[in-house]
Write a protein that binds this ligand. Structure first.
Ligand SMILES: Nc1nc2c(ncn2[C@@H]2O[C@H](COP(=O)(O)OP(=O)(O)OP(=O)(O)O)[C@@H](O)[C@H]2O)c(=O)[nH]1
Ligand SMILES: [Mg+2]
Length: 220
């Protein structure tokens, strides 16, 4: 039987469904599937990336409807899917965007507390997908948040968004620049994915990463 990592063909998403919005980590679905939390500053392109990965036009819109923006939103991907006889479905978690200047300080603090408690409480959290806008130089909030994840031993990968907006020169230089900043704080770079929701770039790579990581999940 081929190993999950042996297939060149990236997994595709057949089915994606909104499951639940939770105000507190305790209200989240039971940790019975591997889980990936998507996080990033407001406007980074999180909804667009989620829609691109799941092939849905407006899946992530649900998360931005008023009232849900401060919540932990669970989507179940490929609920009935199996691979090599084992369940192969997963949870995609859309966490509220952070660093949004227009929200009050108190709701920013609340966001942070909820998201941090959530991330620390999930035994099924396989990886945090840290979204970063490829047009922007490294931002303090992002660097600090990654540092916090490191301190708490939360695995994460960096997902650069909107690369279609870069010209050739920027495209060649944004990653080395970011890397130089990261290496001031880290011994080595986490895995990096370069994406464009507009062009579908990076989709296969991200889905392949998720599929390979799903294979490491041990059900509780
Ligand atoms: N050119 C280009 N534009 C993008 C891409 N991804 C997102 N955008 C645009 O960037 C803006 C923000 O995208 P969203 O997906 O709504 O970002 P978000 O992070 O979900 O934003 P909030 O939910 O408001 O915090 C929109 O105008 C998108 O059309 C991309 O890959 N390429
Ligand atoms: Mg959004």
């Amino acid at each position: 039987m081929p190993a999950a990592s042996g297939s060149k063909e990236a997994m595709d998403v057949k089915h994606a469904e909104f499951m639940k919005s939770s105000a507190h980590p305790q209200e989240c679905p039971p940790p019975e599937r591997p889980e990936y939390a998507f996080i990033g500053r407001s406007n980074v392109g999180k909804s667009s990336l989620i829609n691109m990965l799941t092939n849905r036009n407006s899946l992530a819109k649900i998360s931005s409807t008023p009232g849900k923006t401060q919540l932990i939103n669970h989507f179940v991907i490929d609920e009935d899917r199996e691979k090599n006889g084992a369940p192969a479905s997963w949870y995609l978690v859309d966490l509220p965007g952070f660093g949004y200047a227009k929200v009050s300080k108190s709701s920013r603090v609340k966001w942070q507390r909820t998201s941090e408690q959530f991330l620390k409480s999930r035994p099924n959290l396989m990886c945090v997908m840290m979204l970063l806008d490829s047009r922007h130089s490294p931002q303090k909030v992002d660097l600090e948040f990654m540092e916090w994840m490191g301190e708490n031993q939360l695995p994460f990968v960096m997902v650069f968004t909107k690369v279609d907006k870069l010209n050739l020169e920027e495209r060649a230089s944004f990653l080395p620049k970011y890397e130089a900043e990261m290496l001031k704080r880290w011994h080595r770079m986490p895995p990096v994915y370069v994406t464009s929701a507009e062009k579908g770039e990076g989709r296969d790579e991200v889905l392949r990463f998720i599929e390979q990581t799903n294979a490491l999940f041990e059900a509780p």
